[in-house]
Design a protein around this ligand. Structure first.
Ligand SMILES: NC(=O)c1ccc[n+]([C@@H]2O[C@H](COP(=O)([O-])OP(=O)(O)OC[C@H]3O[C@@H](n4cnc5c(N)ncnc54)[C@H](O)[C@@H]3O)[C@@H](O)[C@H]2O)c1
Ligand SMILES: [Fe+2]
Length: 462
């Protein structure tokens, strides 16, 4: 008999032999689980090592020496390569005698093609460590390059999330990666996610595994001082939705199925008391500093706090997850028409933060009934007066609060303002449906009609 089975039998014998009277019923209630419970009953928090401080980038060369790095790949994009964050990194590498190669061809809002380009570079370079200097686009590209360089025989779709790819778990050891975010938004420096636009299906998807998490995140607020207003604005709304979605996600112990092995517990586990702490902190920061950080580029206090909030929200989403706003954002970005935002280059793109927030007012009206108190609490932390508000008004209260922020930050007036019409909605719904990983984390299940209605309501907002 296996030892596991012996233990179950033993516990069962004790259980049966126990006194069943009400006075001692606790002894008779030993719960013996010999099969995996239907719903999960545990959550765990994983996160990169985070080091935060003004000017902390100067330490990266020493970190690489400490790691024994001899051949480092520094990844960035064509814009950041000539800005001060990159200069600070290279100065530190030179000072510490680190041998490095720069890949500066990361695409803003990366695609499978741009990922493959970076992967080829990584495979050829035989690097022993990686440093990503940039926003989510750079960090995500670097994670994928590291993964495929460490498993050169793997097919691209092997590791991509189900059902688009094969969702293979990462079992090969990856090289150490240091992430140095230069935007305040994605939180990618702490997460095991790498997101790209899969051109064939015109929707984003990604690779999601804890092994992709950077070893170290250097959070240096000095890098935010060069972030243009539009980028600060849209990436701020990414933090905004990370906090709101992870806070309102299905509770971890309502998610099913429970994993048969802890190694199989998904990255996105649902809301839990620890992620909630991060989310509440972020909402407080957004209330106090979001507008200041966007409209005053030299407000170091506001920009520093938003930079920290992005990382904290990253820890929240990296464990609790995000749901409908992000699930819908992937086809909204993937089907981009001709929207060319300021400060993002010359190609049409829907920046991630904009893609997520455009449906947020409608999404939270839809989810509020799942937990009205939590939706009211979120609105209250964001500054709404909830005194005397009824639980049945929670959706409207939170939605109005979000709209107030969007209006204050001059966000485009709904999906129609970036070129979508009612005719596009079926295509957007089709693009969202494969985002199982996200939609399942929502606190309420959604039908195709529900998603269509959310999108329809998001065409015009004000
Ligand atoms: N992996 C994750 O956990 C995760 C989470 C959310 C979003 N994402 C992904 O991240 C990507 C978006 O990343 P992002 O919002 O950080 O923006 P980004 O990396 O796409 O950069 C946006 C623009 O800002 C510029 N920029 C970056 N830092 C700058 C600085 N300090 N000064 C001046 N300009 C600067 C870039 O060159 C680019 O033009 C999307 O692909 C999105 O899907 C990933
Ligand atoms: Fe996001």
């Amino acid at each position: 008999m296996s030892s596991r089975k012996r233990i179950f039998n033993l516990l069962r014998t004790i259980n049966i032999a126990s006194c069943q009277c009400p006075a001692h019923s606790h002894r008779g209630n030993v719960q013996v689980l010999n099969s995996t419970p239907l719903k999960d009953y545990a959550f765990e928090i994983k996160c990169s090592t985070i080091r935060y401080g003004l000017g902390v980038t100067r330490e990266v060369g020493m970190d690489l020496v400490n790691l024994g790095a001899k051949n480092v790949c520094v990844m960035t994009d064509q814009n950041v390569v000539s800005l001060s964050p990159m200069k600070a990194v290279l100065d530190s590498l030179v000072k510490n005698g680190i041998n490095y190669s720069v890949y500066d061809n990361v695409r803003v809002e990366p695609t499978d093609t741009s990922f493959k380009h970076a992967i080829d570079f990584a495979k050829q370079g035989m690097f022993d460590s990686y440093v990503a200097v940039g926003g989510g686009s750079v960090m995500d590209t670097c994670k994928a390059a590291n993964l495929f360089a460490c498993d050169p025989e793997a097919e691209f779709l092997d590791y991509v999330n189900l059902p688009i790819g094969k969702g293979k778990p990462v079992t090969v050891p990856l090289k150490p990666m240091i992430a140095i975010p230069t935007t305040s938004g994605t939180g990618s420096e702490t997460t095991g996610m790498s997101i790209f636009d899969y051109e064939e299906i015109k929707a984003k998807t990604g690779i999601s595994h804890t092994a992709l998490r950077p070893l170290l995140a250097l959070i240096d607020p000095l890098h935010t001082l060069s972030v243009p207003q539009t980028v600060a604005n849209y990436s701020g709304f990414d933090i905004f939705c990370h906090a709101l979605e992870s806070f309102t996600a299905i509770p971890y112990n309502e998610r099913s199925p429970a994993p048969e092995n802890p190694a199989l517990r998904p990255v996105y586990q649902g809301s839990n008391p620890i992620s909630d702490v991060w989310a509440r902190f972020c909402l407080q920061c957004l209330n106090k500093y979001f507008a200041r950080s966007v409209y005053n580029a030299d407000d170091l206090e506001a920009r520093s706090t938003m930079h920290l909030a992005a990382t904290m929200a990253g820890v929240g989403i990296g464990n609790a997850g995000v749901h409908i706003c992000h699930g819908l954002a992937y086809p909204i970005a993937g089907n981009v028409k001709n929207f060319v935002p300021k400060d993002y280059g010359t190609e049409p793109i829907v920046p991630h933060g904009l893609a997520v927030v455009l449906t947020a007012p409608s999404v939270f009206r839809f989810t509020a009934a799942s937990d009205p108190d939590k939706h009211l609490e979120a609105a209250s932390i964001l500054g709404a007066d909830i005194l005397g508000k009824k639980r049945e008004d929670a959706g409207k209260v939170l939605s109005d609060t979000i709209l107030m922020f969007m209006d204050r930050m001059k966000i485009e007036n709904g999906l129609s303002a970036i070129g979508y019409t009612t005719q596009d909605i079926p295509q957007l719904v089709r693009g969202a449906l494969p985002q199982h990983r996200l939609l399942k984390i929502a606190p309420v299940p959604q039908s195709e009609e529900d998603l269509s209605k959310i999108l329809e309501d998001s065409l015009t907002l004000y």
